[in-house]
Design a protein around this ligand. Structure first.
Ligand SMILES: [Ca+2]
Ligand SMILES: [Ca+2]
Ligand SMILES: [Ca+2]
Ligand SMILES: [Ca+2]
Length: 231
């Protein structure tokens, strides 16, 4: 008589072969944590996820079912699988948004981070642009940002207007009231402020921009005499 191998399934034992063998106890045939159920004349294995075959001995290729979402790439492994997620997604199947805004300092220069499904955006504060608000806006490229012939100077995150004489303010839009300087028009001249400038109305006997120049009435009289041919 050939001795029965210990790990070979014996479906029936005893002389008349009418007694069932409980393979689940004798040979524990289900591999990889499969659950064994004894049956009359045989047994069955119910496999845990990731395994297949009569004895749960074969790896299941989960990648055939495309488990990785959002363009993640699937790698089959023994008893399981891995997803390599694209940026912005996480978890086993890449189906959970990653909140990038949890990382502080992602948006630079006081930009605010707004999370969204699969990505995020930075809302930049004035003067900055770019995905992470790391690029200066060159405001001097905007036409006439400095008015009244002011000169624009770009700076990191901002800009400066150098105003031409007579104008002031961030954009050189405001008139300088030169008449606030009470000594501007000399010799009792009256100052009249104008947009971007001023004029001095001189009192009699004085002339020039600031009434600083004495009128030589004698010369005037001479000139008039010549014009009218007076003696
Ligand atoms: Ca697998
Ligand atoms: Ca996100
Ligand atoms: Ca700038
Ligand atoms: Ca003025």
């Amino acid at each position: 008589m050939v001795p029965t191998a210990v790990f070979a399934p014996r479906d029936w034992e005893d002389k008349t072969c009418d007694t069932d063998v409980n393979e689940c106890l004798e040979i524990q045939p289900c591999q990889n944590n499969g659950t064994c159920t004894n049956t009359e004349g045989s047994y069955s294995c119910s496999c845990i996820e990731g395994w297949q075959g009569p004895n749960c001995e074969n790896d299941q290729n989960e990648c055939e079912f495309f488990p990785c979402q959002n363009n993640g790439s699937c790698v089959n492994t023994f008893g399981s699988y891995l997803c390599n997620c694209t940026d912005g997604w996480q978890d086993q199947n890449c189906d959970t948004d990653r909140n990038e805004c949890e990382k502080l300092g992602l948006c630079l220069n006081n930009g605010t981070c707004h999370n969204n499904e699969g990505s995020y955006i930075c809302l930049c504060s004035d003067g900055w642009k770019g995905q992470h608000c790391d690029r200066d806006v060159d405001e001097c490229n905007f036409a006439d940002i400095c008015e009244n012939n002011g000169t624009c100077q770009n700076t990191a995150g901002s800009y400066k207007c150098d105003c031409s004489e007579g104008w002031q303010g961030k954009h050189c839009k405001e008139d300088v009231n030169e008449c606030e300087n009470l000594e501007l028009c000399e010799n009792n001249g009256t100052c009249i402020n104008t947009n971007g400038s001023y004029t001095c109305n001189c009192s009699s006997g004085w002339q020039d921009k600031h009434c600083q120049k004495d009128i030589n009435e004698c010369d005037m009289f001479l000139a008039m005499s010549k014009q009218w041919n007076l003696p």
